[in-house]
Design a protein around this ligand. Structure first.
Ligand SMILES: C[S@@+](CC[C@H](N)C(=O)[O-])C[C@H]1O[C@@H](n2cnc3c(N)ncnc32)[C@H](O)[C@@H]1O
Length: 293
């Protein structure tokens, strides 16, 4: 992917302070550093230059479904800033569910349409299927998924398709294309060993599924590490800058750093940023923390 701003240039924009480098275990290998910022992501992003983020993987608060310590959620301003800071060819993965109270709120769709109106391409609408703890309803089928809107600024610059093994592979007599004579001919051909995944991704949730990091569950709405990693691997390359503007317990950050990407996480709650900082440290990554205030 084309690098719009070097990491060094980004550092100049995001002044930081090292709060706890001594807390890392002495033998721990410190590799890439994460940056964590306490603040309203709109205010934080407003201080950044255009086009600096290669990939955003984030999950906003859903329709005030949970209490996130008094957050302020100006959706349209967040969307506008995300569009501005995304690099041409960059991708935003917006993972969201609807409040179900009688019927569905449809907030997810309204948000997706707004993203399209401001210039994002609706590159794909993927499904995050939960293998367990689905939300049961007495008068509708059990809800077991959330949306993953994959939005791109122009054509995605990076796509590294994740593969799954095919059911059968090896040599087989395959049906040859029908010619005008109408006769099906068989031809010896090789079935591929793997194929590109579908756009429905399933994950187990809860301790052991979402993550093994107990500390993460001090946050009320953690998404699976594997989900974040799968998007990071698909839509970015090593060295790219990955953002989570509402990073909660730091799931996107952990997986970005483990996969050799740079990471900036923002959360309005200093308590959640502290959880993210400790979690990154447990994974061997020193995080630099600052407040936007
Ligand atoms: C669904 S949670 C994200 C959880 C995260 N994906 C994880 O795995 O831990 C949404 C987060 O958005 C944060 N938040 C809400 N409004 C915000 C804002 N305006 N700016 C920054 N963070 C915000 C909340 O504090 C909350 O931690």
């Amino acid at each position: 992917m084309q690098r719009i701003e070097s990491a060094a240039t980004q550092k100049a924009h995001i002044e930081s302070e090292d709060t706890d480098s001594k807390a890392a275990a002495p033998n721990m290998s410190i590799q890439r550093q994460g940056k964590l910022i306490v603040g309203n992501c709109v205010d934080v992003m407003r201080g950044w230059p255009d086009n600096m983020v290669h990939l955003t993987v984030t999950s906003p608060p859903y329709d005030k479904l949970r209490d996130y310590k008094g957050y302020d959620f100006p959706f349209e301003e967040i969307a506008d800033e995300l569009f501005r800071v995304t690099a041409p060819g960059g991708v935003l993965v917006w993972i969201v569910g609807d409040r179900i109270d009688g019927g569905r709120s449809l907030t997810s769709f309204r948000q997706a349409i707004y993203f399209q109106e401001i210039g994002f391409s609706a590159h794909d609408i993927m499904i995050y299927q939960k293998k367990n703890t689905p939300f049961m309803r007495s008068n509708a089928y059990t809800n077991a998924y959330e949306m993953m809107f994959v939005l791109s600024k122009g054509k995605p610059a990076t796509f590294n398709p994740l593969k799954v093994p095919t059911q059968r592979h090896g040599y087989e007599l395959l049906t040859h294309n029908k010619l005008p004579d109408g006769i099906n001919k068989k031809k010896l051909g090789q079935l591929k060993k793997e194929k590109t995944r579908t756009n429905i991704w399933s994950y187990a949730v809860g301790l052991g599924g979402t993550t093994n990091d107990k500390i993460a569950f001090q946050h009320p709405a953690v998404f699976p590490e594997k989900l974040a990693a799968d998007h990071i691997l698909s839509w970015s390359d090593p060295g790219d800058l990955v953002l989570d503007p509402m990073c909660g317990s730091g799931t996107t950050g952990k997986m970005a750093l483990l996969n050799d990407r740079d990471f900036i996480g923002i959360d309005i709650s200093s308590d959640y940023i502290e959880i993210a900082r400790k979690r990154l440290l447990q994974s061997g990554f020193k995080a630099i923390v600052r407040s936007s205030a």
